[in-house]
Design a protein around this ligand. Structure first.
Ligand SMILES: C[S@@+](CC[C@H](N)C(=O)[O-])C[C@H]1O[C@@H](n2cnc3c(N)ncnc32)[C@H](O)[C@@H]1O
Length: 231
């Protein structure tokens, strides 16, 4: 805990107190480009799990349970896009899944993930259409992303690369906040992007479930988990 008193844009704390949390969450919503996204997540990678636990973040739980309902083979090849510190893979690992690859922009987050041992491999990358991952088309049975379709993070332009990486008949699972899916926030138009890919015959929608995503003061933010099959 030696370096936790570092300042980052006004962040200074020795614990996940409420002002620290407010500042972190605010920083996540005001980032201007991918370099800043990478820097902010690198800065608090060591405290990310503590922060989201205090927010009662349930996205990884719901995402992993959805995966287990649609893919029963525990050696199925899984890709976790923008995996961060690996909370989704940790849940999948508890359920017995053994072949999980994670990719993220933040190397410090991947370092935390590696220590926990739930993933077979991690890839440091800015996920998107212009930077394809070094895996063959259709390599994965399931690609998922939890909590990462956000302004300046992943957006609908990342969907074709997710589709490329999943075999025909495999699945794409996305968990995000409902208000982000329903609104067109910043650079992100997830819902129209999914509708377009469905109309073009690349995807079929299988499920759309609402859940309790995380706490916001005394309230809960509603989350959604979407399941699409690759055609
Ligand atoms: C809110 S965290 C969610 C992490 C994890 N999926 C979870 O549920 O705990 C968002 C993650 O998206 C990553 N990220 C943002 N933009 C990205 C991009 N273009 N490519 C890869 N990772 C990205 C960040 O580094 C961060 O780890």
């Amino acid at each position: 805990m030696a370096d936790i008193n570092r300042n980052y844009d006004g962040f200074a704390s020795n614990k996940c107190d409420s002002q620290w949390k407010v500042n972190k969450v605010r920083a996540l919503h005001t980032m201007r480009d991918h370099r800043e996204v990478e820097r902010v997540y690198d800065e608090f990678a060591e405290y990310f799990d503590e922060l989201v636990t205090s927010l009662e973040y349930c996205g990884p739980f719901f995402t992993s349970r959805t995966v287990s309902r649609i893919e029963s083979k525990t050696d199925a090849k899984m890709l976790d896009v923008a995996c961060g510190t690996g909370l989704v893979g940790d849940e999948l690992h508890k359920l017995g899944y053994t072949q999980i690859v994670g990719t993220d922009l933040s190397q410090s987050s991947l370092d935390v993930l590696a220590r926990k041992g739930s993933y077979t491999k991690s890839v440091h990358a800015n996920f998107g259409p212009s930077t394809p991952l070094d895996f063959d088309d259709g390599y994965f049975d399931v690609a998922m992303s939890c909590g990462s379709f956000l302004p300046m993070h992943l957006n609908e332009k990342c969907l074709p690369e997710m589709i490329r990486l999943v075999r025909k008949g495999g699945y794409i699972i996305i968990t995000t906040r409902k208000y982000i899916f329903e609104g067109e926030t910043g650079d992100m138009k997830l819902r129209p992007g999914l509708i377009k890919l469905t109309q073009e015959g690349a995807l079929t929608k299988m499920a759309h479930e609402e859940n309790l995503y995380e706490k916001d003061g005394d309230d809960h933010v509603t989350g959604i988990t979407l399941v699409y099959q690759v055609i």
